[in-house]
Design a protein around this ligand. Sequence first.
Ligand code: ADP
Ligand code: NA
Length: 330
Amino acid sequence: TCEPKVFSGIQPTGIPHLGNYVGAISNWLMLQNRYSGSMLLSIVDLHSITVPQQQQELRQNIIDMTACLLGCGIDTSKTIIFQQSMVPYHTELAWILSCICTIPRIQKLAQWKEKQSKIKEPSVGLLTYPILQAADIMLYKSTLVPVGEDQTQHLELTRDLSRSFNRLRGVLFPECTILLGDVGRIKSLRNPTSKMSKSEPNDKSRIDLTDSPDVIKVKVKKAVTDFISQISYDPDNRPGVSNLIDIHVALTDLSHDEVVEESFLQAEDTSLYKERLAEVIIEKFSPIRKEILRLQADKGYLLDVLRKGSEKASTIAENTIKDVRQYVGL
Ligand code: ADP
Ligand code: NA
């Protein structure tokens, strides 16, 4: 049997949006085919509690994320999809690594510096969660970690902690490599200079995977563009229109030039182009939405998927943790 080598995590924070699909989920769909049987996808609930969460809402979000990932095409015969907290070895390895990691090393991470200044009373977990992230990766001896660019520093920490453990305790962990997707950031339709994000609760322009065709049409129609009626791709000077073209390119086989060319041949203005794009988005997400809604109605099945996935993950993790304990002397 082939041992899992690809690891990625996603926080259970509500229904994923178009940006999550383009930037993360579509990449996982590609990877699960290339590394079939060797990929783990964790719903990282322990990471989400680094900031306050409502009990019922968190439970629901875990179920919803499972439905969304399966609805998008994550296949349990190719990918081990599991709930992080159901595999207790994550926290055990995180503790052991936190005894290797120095305080200045963790404090110098840019994300911590940024969050620390924004959040009034940050928890210890918010400071040390990159150590938990390192444990997530190392527990499965993962070598490929598909994440966003903002995670580069955290992957560097993971590599440092692997090296330190190997040097201090004996060689156990392989070196992991960050696998950056080649797609840029999808921007907000309302404010095309900032990214489409769940962390902007007031941004009603965000396209969620469960939006109905009518809702998608309205959101695309209202997308902020500029006073030039023709379509052209120019992210610096025309961020709104260019973001729409980026979405179009990400969801089809077309290139930027082909989208612009097609629009030119059809003599489209911005509003006609928006109608065409809305159809592209609807065509892409309609089957996904249907599948998500169907799965959401079958909570028993979703819980079963998580339970079975967590059992598979546990089997691998247990092997690693046995060695870790022995190497440490526990
Ligand atoms: P959010 O900002 O909506 O909370 P997360 O930070 O949870 O999203 O990111 C989950 C995954 O989705 C990450 O891999 C991230 O790189 C990707 N992602 C999030 N927003 C976008 C976006 N607007 N465009 C492309 N990828 C994105
Ligand atoms: Na494309």
